[in-house]
Structure formats: structure tokens, C-alpha cells
Write a protein that binds this ligand. Structure first.
Ligand code: NAD
Ligand code: USQ
Length: 406
């Protein structure tokens, strides 16, 4: 697998706060940034672990408590990670004090409720997602301004802000030329067209970034990431206690990881609708690598929000199912779609900006089999099959259709 790193690419060591550093993307990124020489402080309120309890659906892989994770990393690498339990959406004063005390060079912001199905489950989850995500982002921006420090904010956004290729053209990186009614050409934020309450919060984040950059000249990078697949990285593989989480349930499990787990159980692969949605994908090791590149290449002060598409390749959902099915001889089942989404879409995405910084993506063809054998099959005994079928519906009609054809 293309997992080699030239550490020179990642610049000089910095002090970095990683909000959401206990999560699926945050944990391996924390280890990677520590490995390349940065000083890392993880901030997390552990809400994701609580949602596991609420949904009665844990990670397929056995994840260890955050303190044990950090002690293990010290044992295997000799490097120090620190942890602060803090809710960045609801504890503004503590957040500000932390920035004033630590004076970080950069903050990486993963700390949001990130599952589209969970955000559509019911009014309490919709309201929680908007409250948590918008306040988390806004509190970080306010605290950076109030601290008077020059802190580079790197945010994990989503490809879903673009609306999955509605224009039929290659999706550019964040900005698009439009002809205004007077005939003038203007380069503006790409129009947003979100497909869930969760994706809508990422569009609201983008507007907050645009405003705070314009008003306070904060350095901001927004990474529009595709669906992350894979579990482990060169760092998390170094000890069982560093293992990353692997969500497989219908609310948090993302499509490819769900297919891998279903294949390991010998359960049919659940394609929603026709499986005609095309999406962008990236391996978890590349998530960490791209973030390290973003930290090493901040925008200049006063420059508009830097937007990168953090993706490796695009695939149609039914093609992914066929690929996994060919590899494992497991059947495919087409189930009613619980989501309000187009039956088919085309998607082409530019990732030139990361490519120009030296990013060489890991492709599905390189790592899929390893995931099936070393993760999904190994931990299949921990899966609760009752958590596989959809449990959240975008609206009343989708629920009725799913129940009718169940
Ligand atoms: P995750 O749920 O595994 O991790 C998020 C972490 O943030 C959790 O540890 C949670 O406890 C913490 N958190 C949430 N709200 C918080 C708050 N108010 N204060 C402090 N900590 C808080 O999610 P993930 O898959 O690691 O995603 C991380 C980010 O990357 C999200 O913003 C998500 O939108 C984005 N992203 C993820 C994917 C993917 O496929 N997983 C794809 C594109 C973008
Ligand atoms: N799908 C199936 N079968 C399944 C699960 C999903 O056919 O068993 C389909 C869905 O209908 C959808 C597609 O697969 O068309 C992708 O679903 P997903 O759950 O893998 O991805 P999504 O809901 O878009 O969300 C995930 C992450 C989110 C991130 C987003 C990136 O949870 O945090 O922002 O991917 S992107 O999709 O590029 O916007």
C-alpha cells in the first residue's frame, strides 16, 4: 500500500490542538501528527462514545479508553500526547482559557456530530446536530478572535456541501466562477446543496468561515472530504490498544465499511435504492496525511478561506457492492432507500491542490482485501446483526416505503 511518508513534506514542528481527536478520523490523525513531530493536545467531550451507548451499537473493533490509548502511544513511540475533556460547543470559557494557556499554532476541528442518518433520526437528533456542530465551529472562531492569537483553523468539511455533482461538471475546489446579472464574472463559494441536516451544518460552517476570515483575517482551511474507508494506519497498527474505531451500524457505518463487515458475516450487501449514487472516497491513512499537509501549508493572513477537496477516487455505490461481492462471493440485496436522494448521479472531483503538495492517494484496489481479512473477519463476532438494516428515515414517505417492502 502507498503508505510511505516523507516527513519533510510536513514542515516544521508545531503545537496543535485536535478537537474531536478521540474519533474515527481524529485518533489516527492525532497519532500521525505526533509521529511526524508535532506537539499534540487532544480535546474531546467523548460524546461519540456516549452515542454508542444510546444506540446500543459499538465499534466493531474494541476501542480502548482514551487514557489507555495515550499511555500505549507513549510506550510504543516515546511521544507524549495530552488530553483535555472539554465540550467545545457548550464550554466557551474553558475553551478560551485553553487557547490562552496553550497558544497553539493550529487547531484541527473534527468535533462535530458526523452521521447523516443519525442527524435525520428524529427532532432531538436534528436539533442536537445543529446545536452541537454550529456552536462548536462558532465557539472556535470566537475564541480565536478573542484570544488575539494567530491560530490556523483546519476544519473537516464534506463533499456533501456541493450536492454531489448536480452541475454535471468536475467539482472545483470550493469556489466557482459565475456571471452576475450585469455580465461581470465573480469567483464565489460554490453553491451548497446539502442532503441531510448533518450536511446542512457543514454548509453553515462554510458561511461562518467566510465571514470570520473576511472580518477578522483568521487563517482558515476547510477540507471537503469524501467518505472515509479503512480502519487502521501505520500508527494504529503498532499495538492492539491503539486500534481505530470501525462503525458498522446503519446510522454511523459508512457504505464501504458496512459492505466489508456484511461480507465478513456472509450477510447480503445492502444497496439502497438502485445504488446509483456516486460518491468520493479516501482511505483513513490519507485523511491523516492530507491534514498534515494542510497544517504545513496555511493560507497567508488576509487570504480567503483555503478549500481543498480531500478525496482519492469516485465510485458508484452498486459498483462498490459488485466489487466486494466478487471478492467475497457474498450476494447483494437492493433495499428501499431510507434517504431522500437522487436515484443516480455522476460525480467528478478535482483534487489538484493536494496533488500539487505531493499527495499520492491510496486506492481501493490496494487495501480492500486487507480490511476484509484483518479487520472485518477478525472482529465479525462482535457485530450485532440487528444493527445492520436502516433505522433512520429522511421523511415519512421514505419510512413508509421501507416498512412496506421490509
Ligand atoms: P467521529 O464521530 O468518530 O468523531 C468526532 C469526535 O468529535 C468524537 O470523538 C466526538 O466525541 C467529538 N465531539 C463531537 N462533538 C464535540 C464537542 N462539542 N466537543 C468536543 N468533542 C466533540 O467522526 P469522524 O468520522 O472522525 O469525523 C470527524 C470529522 O470529519 C467530522 O466533522 C466529519 O464531518 C468529517 N468527515 C468524516 C467523514 C467520514 O467518512 N468519517 C467523511 C468526511 C468528513
Ligand atoms: N448506502 C447504501 N447502503 C448502505 C449504506 C449507504 O447504499 O448500507 C448509500 C447511501 O444511500 C448513500 C451512500 O451510500 O447514497 C453513502 O452513504 P454513507 O453513509 O457512506 O455516507 P454519507 O451519509 O454521505 O456520510 C459519510 C460520513 C459523513 C461525511 C460524508 C462524506 O458519515 O461524515 O461527511 O460521508 S460525503 O458523502 O462525500 O459527503
Amino acid at each position: 500500500m502507498n503508505g510511505e511518508h516523507n516527513f519533510m513534506m510536513y514542515g516544521t514542528p508545531k503545537k496543535i490542538i485536535i478537537c474531536g481527536g478521540d474519533g474515527f478520523c481524529g485518533w489516527p490523525t492525532s497519532l500521525f501528527l505526533s509521529e511526524v513531530g508535532h506537539e499534540v493536545l487532544i480535546v474531546d467531550n467523548l460524546s461519540r462514545r456516549n452515542i454508542d451507548n444510546e444506540l446500543e451499537a459499538g465499534s466493531l473493533t474494541p476501542i480502548y479508553p482514551i487514557t489507555e490509548r495515550i499511555e500505549t502511544w507513549k510506550q510504543v513511540s516515546g511521544r507524549e500526547l495530552r488530553f483535555e475533556r472539554l465540550d467545545i460547543a457548550n464550554e466557551y470559557d474553558r475553551l478560551l482559557q485553553l487557547l490562552l494557556k496553550e497558544k497553539p499554532d493550529a487547531i484541527i476541528h473534527f468535533a462535530e456530530q458526523r452521521a447523516a442518518p443519525y442527524s435525520m433520526k428524529g427532532s432531538s437528533q436534528k436539533r442536537y446536530t445543529v446545536h452541537n456542530n454550529v456552536n462548536a465551529t462558532h465557539n472556535l472562531l470566537c475564541a480565536i478572535v478573542e484570544s488575539n492569537l494567530d491560530i490556523h483553523l483546519v476544519h473537516l468539511g464534506t463533499m456533501g456541501v456541493y450536492g454531489y455533482g448536480t452541475s454535471g461538471e468536475e467539482i472545483p475546489e470550493g469556489y466557482i466562477d459565475v456571471v452576475l446579472p450585469g455580465g461581470q464574472v465573480s469567483n464565489i463559494l460554490h453553491p451548497s446543496y446539502p442532503g441531510s441536516v448533518y450536511h446542512t451544518t457543514k454548509c453553515l460552517d462554510a458561511l461562518l468561515f467566510q465571514f470570520y476570515q473576511k472580518n477578522d483575517a483568521i487563517r482558515i482551511t476547510d477540507l471537503h472530504q469524501g467518505i472515509v474507508w479503512g480502519t487502521n494506519t501505520s500508527q494504529t497498527r503498532r499495538d492492539e490498544r491503539l486500534i481505530n474505531r470501525f462503525d458498522y451500524d446503519s446510522d454511523y457505518g459508512t457504505v464501504l465499511n458496512r459492505f466489508l463487515m456484511q461480507a465478513a458475516l456472509g450477510a447480503p450487501l445492502t444497496v439502497y435504492g438502485t445504488g446509483g449514487q456516486t460518491r468520493a472516497f479516501i482511505h483513513i491513512q490519507d485523511t491523516a496525511k492530507c491534514i498534515a499537509l494542510a497544517v504545513a501549508n496555511p493560507p497567508n493572513q488576509g487570504e480567503r478561506v483555503a478549500i481543498f477537496n480531500q478525496v482519492a477516487e469516485c465510485h458508484r455505490v452498486r459498483d462498490l457492492a459488485k466489487l466486494v461481492s466478487r471478492m467475497t462471493q457474498v450476494d447483494i440485496v437492493y433495499v428501499s432507500n431510507p434517504r431522500q436522494e437522487s436515484a443516480e448521479n455522476e460525480l467528478q472531483v478535482s483534487n489538484r491542490k493536494f496533488r500539487s503538495l505531493g499527495y499520492e492517494p491510496i486506492l481501493l484496489s490496494e487495501g480492500l482485501l486487507d480490511e476484509v481479512v484483518n479487520v472485518a473477519q477478525r472482529y465479525a463476532y462482535r457485530c450485532d446483526p440487528k444493527k445492520i438494516l436502516p433505522a433512520s428515515y429522511w421523511n415519512k414517505k421514505r419510512r413508509e416505503d421501507c416498512e412496506r417492502y421490509a
